[in-house]
Design a protein around this ligand. Sequence first.
Ligand SMILES: [Zn+2]
Length: 270
Amino acid sequence: MADPRPYKIYAVRYAHHDRAAHENFIGGDVHEGPMPLDYYVWAIVGDARVFVLDTGFSAETAAVRKRQHLRDPGEGLKAIGIDPEAVEDVVISHFHYDHIGNHEPFPKARYHVQDREMAYVTGRHMLHDALRHSFEEADVVQMVRRLYAKRLVFHDGESEVAPGITLHHVGGHTMGLQVMRVWTERGWVVLASDAAHLYANMERALPYPVVFNVADMLAGHATVRRLAQSDAHVIPGHDPLVMDLYPAPTREVQGIVARLDVSPRTRQTA
Ligand SMILES: [Zn+2]
């Protein structure tokens, strides 16, 4: 069978959080220095269709969560010529506040979610503060409203949403976390979202501390590596290095958007 047509992929950086390295690992070293997080949404652009992965959070939520909001993710998409109002497919990696906020910008979109994530956020586990801390009630309620408006597309495990785009349940960080595998000019790229917050989580084999199931999170590192053409084809969900390793599509969006369907610079690993 012929290869599908390749997609272009863009990471749009919309927020930032300064923190210490040990906050990013179970078993981190308290003597290690700073290791900030960046926050992204991703656009997957084909000949005929545009997919958006995750919708970020709003300036209001940033204030509550004490994160530095850099821009509205929708404005970031517009800067690379994507009109959020025309987007028909939004994939949601998981329902944490930094991935499903900003309810307004996608009036036409269907939302692709995993069965297990919807069950997770509306079931018994949300009685535990430690597990529900990263969810916003308003976001979950919004997702239920979309369900009753028939705007959700449910996936259970692995599915192909278009030629060259598959979704894969990995769990771990949340019960229903999914990753997105995309065919590009350089081969299969995996948008890992929070299956790997940072390159360092995978490379040190240390889980991120916000976690539903540690064993599944560690197995998820292996899954994203298996799905990707190489380790250089795995895109972590919150690593500032992504902006450094991948080029901006235009000079105007330097520091805001990185293009992920082209090869990264070679990285020095510690
Ligand atoms: Zn996240």
